[in-house]
Design a protein around this ligand. Sequence first.
Ligand code: CMP
Length: 695
Amino acid sequence: MMKKANDISKIETQRYSNGNDINYETEKTRSDQSIDIIKENPNSKILEDESTTEIKLSLPSASNPLNARRRFHQKTSTNVQGEFTLPTNPPITVTIQPQNTAPNENFQKVNSFHDDQIYSPDQIHQLINEHRISYDISLRGTSTIVNYFMDLLKPSDNKLAMKLFGSKKGLLKERLRQQRSGHCIIHPCSNFRFYWDLIMLILLITNVIVLPVAIAFFSEEINSLRWITFNVISDAFFLFDIVVNFRTGFSSLNSTEEILIDFVSYLGVLRNDYIDEIILEPRLIAMHYIKTWFMIDLLSSLPVDYLFLFFDGGDHTGGYTIARTGRAIKVLRLVKLLSLLRLLRLSRLVRYIHQWEEFLSIASMVMRILNLLALIILLAHWNGCLQFMVPMFQNFPSDCWVALNGLQNAPWTEQYTVALFKALSHMLCIGYGRYPPQSYVDMWLTMLSMVIGAMCYAVTIGHVSALVQSFDTSRRLYNEKFKQVEEYMAWRKLPRQMRNRITDYYEHRYQGKIFHEDTILTELSERLRLDVINYNCRSLVSSVPFFTNADPNFVSDVVTKLHFEVFQPGDQIISEGTIGDKMYFIQEGVVDIIKADGTVLTTLSDGSYFGEICLLTRAKRVASVRCVTYCNLYSLDSSQFELVLESYPLMRRTMESVAAERLNKLGKNPSIISTRHDLKRDAAVLKNMIDRATP
Ligand code: CMP
């Protein structure tokens, strides 16, 4: 049996002929699809026989849309070629060769714009001018209006383009790529597409509102000039929109081409920067459009109702008048029903609104809810029209709601108001309008609108609760965590006093919000992380004299290694005689230094530090430290302490001097801190300074 590339099912590292490492992971389905795509590509081949499978990949060159990348800051893999064998049974040989293209002479200059070269603004300007010149040459003989029009089709300097292409240089490259892609290819980020979408948006909104009203309430005027003109104009626009869609590039994301690119990038040949680019190749655009929205767009744009009238026109000769009238009425009803096909334009409305949100970068949860509300209002409007249209098609039987309300010949505004009231009453499940349904048709209609209403209600609740959930996530996280702690305390049957202390601790430590601060900080760039940490510790640095007068690099080094800790009044932070592994800086709070006999030697507060003697001497703690108030401390562990002081010997000296003076006060020998000869002198100088500073 012939084996296919779906035998590739492991992650392996292969070294291929040009010496690069290739990492690839190919799943069964993925490779299957990829092979299909390779098969579709006329320049790529799969040769299979009993024992081996050979894949020939013809990779696109610069003129192929697959070859132009969105992330231009990354380096390009230009000459991608080679041959390697996948370790499958039977082995699969993949040959990669560049695709042969014959670029236009005018564009060769354009192609000299390289990713990996750094351009000054002047050079970019010059390149733009050169690009214009080459472009002018290519359009020699064409008028400036055509030039202007062609320029409209290129990506412009809008928010979406900047988001996609990252920089002016990236945008310029994309413009060049668009130019290479052929005549009248519209870039999705172009000004033309922007304004076209705007026109279509207005037209679509008008259509989805006016059409059902016209069909339901103005059925007699279906052949009036006003109505036909409106239909002809909007149909013409919608048909032209199909042509525009056939020429508008699309994002490769989710497209079949992406699977090929994925496959190749897994092999290590191309980098991921090929993914999610704008496809501008006319054949691919057409294929993509036909596979996605073309049928719905065509169905909603073709004037099938008028075509029907046109074809039907020839049959009305020579029949009996009554039969003809009856037939004409049936045809007219069918025409009205077929007009409803235009409501399929709603799909386009949703798409264009989405595109516009992308253009303006306003896609958010709030926008989604606004869209949803608009959709619900539109559904209610359609439902109202439907409520009237069905009895109208039945010629208003005596038990229908229109006849019960005596609205057969009322003005359309009155009919519409009662119909909308009825529809909304059903949808919100608060009644049946003015009369409950009498006929079966009315009952079915009521049930339908109740179901639609319930669905709208469910979706709205879902969206709104998601919106509420997205607000204040840190508070929600805190509440969830605290709930868990409460459950834990109850489960462990902790005593009341301990529970109160834990609750106090949580309130003081987190103050109602929990952030995964470490994760947030590690996700930042190094520079940014350093700046944020320095900013967060600014009050500590300004309050601790040891930092205020220190080398800024030392401060910056230390603060990145600190950990925030909170202690409660009465907490014993340090116990005398124990081995210590951290020292503390007091940001806020008061601690007592307690001697072995239990007397308070001294009290330290904001800006002081303690616990350093143990780290300097690598001996036991010389005193105990107890909290008097709530204390916000920053701790530094022994390994980091050593690391920092090693790089800043002067700071070590200062710390040693303070420690020696403290030991002096405790009546202990300061030489355990250091054996250096000038330690005593430093300590004496320090004591002198402190004595003079404190009256
Ligand atoms: P360490 O021995 O690691 O732990 C107890 C800490 O109390 C000690 O470090 C000093 O930081 C601190 N300490 C001891 N004596 C004094 C003092 N006289 N003044 C201020 N702090 C002191």
